[in-house]
Design a protein around this ligand. Structure first.
Ligand SMILES: *[C@@H]1O[C@H](CO)[C@@H](O)[C@H](O)[C@H]1NC(C)=O
Ligand SMILES: *[C@@H]1O[C@H](CO)[C@@H](O)[C@H](O)[C@H]1NC(C)=O
Ligand SMILES: *[C@@H]1O[C@H](CO)[C@@H](O)[C@H](O)[C@H]1NC(C)=O
Length: 432
């Protein structure tokens, strides 16, 4: 389906884009809802978001409340995002300097973005793993972002088409990524002239989860060469505490907007855990209160999540009061189903106790994101464990903003930050 769209004549492609853009602007006008203060800064960014946010609301927020089956919601959202994403990234121009090719590595499809004529500035490479709650998104949807980074950094990028849930559940996506990455470590030098000691893994949201799970598993196996670094962009790292401050902030300030919301995290994470959410959606209210956490796991979880002070000191929520934690609604079925996952680092990488063997790390978090706190806690724990760590919290940013990297200043700036950190890591790896 995607291939057909790419081959379609340019004129009809632009017609479709104009049509979608027009529909989005009309929707933005009809469903106008003021954005919270500080949600993006420049005038331009706010105008763009006043169009994009209602379009997303129509594309997935409202429909997700209409479907009686959760899996139909996933199918619908996949389709809607595929269409909406065609209006994004049109301003990216890499001047024909990046050659893009599909490969299949150990059975996993991989797209390779390679600066033409060996015009690379480094002999390193970046492995990109896209986000979308383990269930949405694909490599094509991230084309403009990955191509831009390959162009700006003059560096080889690969982007992995891992299989999605609910069709393929945990740990299928991890294994897909790992088999492609194994291939790359083995043949990267011969096929692309890269130095495999200079590979950085990068992912956003659920892709950030996969990226760091892969880094942890590699460190555990003492695989050589080690990864040179990991870039975790508003990563999803745990679902044992769904009442962190950033989660609670959502309920006081952000509900009703098409942002990643607690309910969606519950659905998508549980689909990934292999739970049939078409039948088990009645568990969600309990899960959103932490009622899925068995009491014998609580101590271990509290130990990993205890960084309230760190969170308080980085909190920019401008004088907004955060509601207190609310009562837990225990549900024993949810506890039984989720028990194998909540403290399993392959599923919840924040729960790994020893982080000291991980490579240098960059964590990006956004103020308007329920996942903000877990990213900050992970960065803090990595640093405590002696891992060189850079944490940037974008005070005006929101979850998934990198998908608007060519439209929004704030998002574009964060891409610049990622590029310079990653290049420094790749080049710095020289001296070790
Ligand atoms: C590009 O680099 C590869 C690997 O180092 C080398 O085999 C190839 O000849 C180079 N191609 C050009 C056009 O320089
Ligand atoms: C927050 O509250 C303090 C004390 O009430 C006040 O001085 C400050 O200006 C407020 N800040 C914002 C951003 O509203
Ligand atoms: C590859 O990079 C590592 C680490 O920077 C360095 O020690 C090694 O000499 C490099 N290998 C080659 C073939 O350049």
């Amino acid at each position: 389906m995607m291939l057909k769209a790419e081959k379609a004549p340019t004129r009809s492609k632009y017609f479709v884009i104009c049509l979608v853009a027009f529909a989005m602007i009309t929707t933005g006008y009809l469903l106008y809802k003021p954005l919270p203060d500080g949600f993006t800064v420049t005038k331009w960014d706010r105008v763009v978001m006043h169009i994009a946010e209602p379009a997303l609301r129509v594309a997935y927020y409202y429909p997700s409340r209409m479907f009686s089956k959760a899996s139909s919601m996933v199918q619908w959202t996949r389709g809607a995002l595929n269409i909406l994403s065609k209006t994004l990234g049109l301003l990216v121009n890499t001047h024909g300097q990046i050659e893009i090719k599909w490969h299949s590595w150990n059975g996993t499809p991989v797209k390779v973005y390679r600066p033409k004529n060996n015009k690379t500035s480094t002999d390193g490479a970046v492995i990109f793993i896209h986000g979308g709650g383990f269930a949405l998104g694909n490599v094509d949807m991230y084309d403009s972002l990955v191509e831009r980074m390959a162009y700006d950094m003059k560096t080889l990028f690969i982007s992995i088409e891992y299989r999605l849930s609910p069709e393929t559940v945990f740990p299928g996506g991890i294994l897909d990524c790992e088999s492609a990455i194994e291939y790359f470590f083995k043949y990267g030098e011969a096929q692309f002239g890269i130095n495999t000691s200079k590979i950085v893994v990068m992912g956003d949201s659920a892709g950030g989860n996969l990226a760091t799970v892969i880094a942890q598993r590699r460190a555990d196996r003492k695989a050589s060469p080690t990864l040179a670094g990991q870039v975790l962009i508003y990563p999803l790292l745990q679902m044992a505490d769904m009442q962190t401050i950033s989660y609670r902030y959502f309920f006081s300030r952000l509900s009703g907007y098409a942002l990643v919301d607690p309910e969606s995290v519950a659905y998508y994470y549980m689909f990934y855990a292999g739970i049939n959410m078409d039948e088990k959606s009645y568990l969600v209210p309990s899960v959103m209160s932490n009622g899925h956490v068995a009491s014998h796991l609580q101590e271990e979880i509290d130990e990993m999540m205890k960084y309230e002070n760190v969170i308080e000191s980085t909190r920019q929520y401008k004088n907004h009061t955060i509601p207190d934690r609310w009562g837990v609604l225990p549900n024993y079925e949810a506890q039984r189903l989720m028990e194998p996952f909540l403290t399993n680092p392959d599923f919840s990488p924040l729960m790994r106790k020893d982080l000291s063997t991980l490579p240098p790390t960059m964590v990006l978090t956004c103020e308007f994101d329920i996942l903000r706190d877990e990213g900050i806690i992970y960065a803090h724990r990595l640093e405590e464990a002696g891992v060189p760590t850079t944490l940037i919290n974008y005070e005006n940013g929101f979850h998934a903003m990198l998908n608007f990297h060519s439209e929004l200043h704030e998002a574009s700036k964060s891409v610049d930050d990622i590029e310079s950190w990653t290049l420094a890591i790749i080049n710095g790896a020289n001296e070790n």
